[in-house]
Ligand binder design. Structure first.
Ligand code: GTR
Length: 430
């Protein structure tokens, strides 16, 4: 016993050195195009056994293969068991946004066996609509109360990351943060364009901290609910995506003002990674939009530009499954790349957005992933004709595959939203 304690103590003392040793092994971060190594991407249209995927009818088998690979080696498998999804409307105000919207707050309770988890859903619904409307659904980083200044928006009671700018100091939501992230959720513009907006605090689904994937919705399930080995089970990004699907369940079943067939998964940065995985795993999402999603989002791993898998697995070890860690600094050995994640969204519309100064997210890698995913849309009969070169800063591309690179830093701005809205307006039936 004592010997074990001594060993643990020595290990604890050594840990900082082990961690530094790992970091020292890393190559310096690449921020110059000339530093990008030569690479070959795996082909989304070749089966693992080498058979070419030449006809649309073969895609579902290839899609299943890619989903399996990306689950096993990166995001992790969610337990394949259903949960019950029940909503309780806790407030409904038809005078929101100066009378343009009805603001609803709903407690969406997910239950599995004797365990449950409540997601606080904030919904803005356009009052002018005569028919069910398309809706954007996205997770927010710090709480619904940060996404709009309306004083009626409830504070969540879950753990929150501390953040000076957002005035969170005690890992708890407070009044001080109200409306501080409103620029990311321009509800007035979204409603004026005839869409509903739905958002949930990501930490209601799964707190953004390392806990061995025990809390949040992970905690709804027991050992026997999993079919995947422990190292391949879902991390936090997969849990967030799964949460987006449960919100879609609720809206499809119980929100008559929303057209369940036109729900768009959207997210910025880490929530953009989650939106992409949601769009990939759940074909009910009518379209997917990722903003500045970067590494393990839209950016290609093999370019090794900006943030890399090793950075994610070091700084956020809970985001992906444990198996992904074996690919740290071995991008060329990955049996997939992120264009294949994007391809899983085909033939539905997909938009990737970059910001010019957001080199950490590798804007060019985000564009190239879209470009290399495009053949799958073409195979499925969707006309798409992306240029071979990415647009200049300020430029945008519309079509079933949308893209823009705006000037400026890593953020979600109303100028991004204007383009997203133009893109979703083009969706069939909008
Ligand atoms: C960074 C992280 C990125 C991105 C970003 C964000 O720290 O390295 O992958 O997710 O956070 O979510 O804003």
């Amino acid at each position: 016993m004592r010997r074990r304690h001594t060993f643990q103590r020595i290990l604890l003392l050594l840990l900082p050195f082990i961690a530094t040793a790992q970091l020292q092994k890393m190559e310096p971060t690449r921020h110059e195009e000339s530093q990008v190594p030569a690479y070959t991407l795996p082909d989304p249209l070749v089966m693992e056994d080498g058979t070419p995927v030449a006809e649309a009818g073969q895609w579902s088998a290839r899609r299943a293969e890619l989903l399996e690979i990306l689950s096993a080696r990166q995001y992790g498998f969610a337990p394949p068991v259903p949960v019950s999804v029940k909503g309780k409307v806790v407030s409904e105000d038809s005078d929101a946004l100066d009378g343009a919207a009805t603001m609803k707050q709903v407690e969406v309770v997910l239950t599995h066996g004797d365990k449950s988890r409540t997601l606080g859903l904030l919904l803005f619904l356009p009052n002018a609509a005569a028919q069910p409307v398309p809706a954007f659904v996205g997770l927010n980083f710090f709480g619904n109360h940060t996404s709009h200044a309306d004083p009626r928006i409830r504070l969540h009671g879950n753990w929150s990351p501390n953040n000076e700018a957002l005035r969170v100091t005690d890992n708890r939501a407070t009044e001080d943060s109200r409306g501080l992230r409103a620029h990311r959720w321009p509800a007035e513009e979204i409603i004026a364009r005839g869409y509903a907006l739905a958002t949930v605090y990501a930490g209601d689904v799964d707190p953004d901290h390392e806990d061995g994937c025990k809390d949040g919705v992970h905690g709804l399930f027991g050992e026997t609910d999993h079919t995947a080995p422990p190292e391949e089970r879902w991390g936090t990004i997969a849990a967030w995506s799964w949460g987006l699907s449960r919100i879609l369940d609720y809206m499809e079943e119980s929100e008559p003002a929303v057209d369940g067939a036109r729900v768009i998964a959207l997210g910025h940065s880490r929530m953009g990674k989650a939106a992409l995985w949601a769009g990939a795993t759940d074909t009910r999402f009518a379209a997917t939009i990722s903003n500045n999603s970067g590494c393990v989002g839209a950016a290609l791993h093999r370019r090794r530009f900006g943030e890399r898998l090793v950075d994610i697995n070091t700084n956020f070890p809970h985001w992906l499954n444990d198996r992904s860690k074996s690919f740290n600094e071995r991008e060329s050995d990955l049996p997939f790349d992120q264009h294949q994640l994007l391809a899983l969204i085909a033939p539905r519309p997909l938009y990737v957005a970059s910001a010019a100064e957001d080199l950490w997210a590798d804007p060019k890698g985000e564009f190239l992933a879209l470009l290399h995913a495009e053949p799958v849309w073409q195979l499925l009969g969707i006309r798409s004709d992306l240029p071979r070169e990415m647009p200049d800063v300020g430029g945008s591309l519309t079509g079933p595959l949308g893209y823009h690179i705006r000037p400026g830093k890593h953020d979600l701005l109303s100028e991004d939203w204007v383009r997203f809205l133009d893109f979703t307006d083009r969706m069939a039936g909008s």
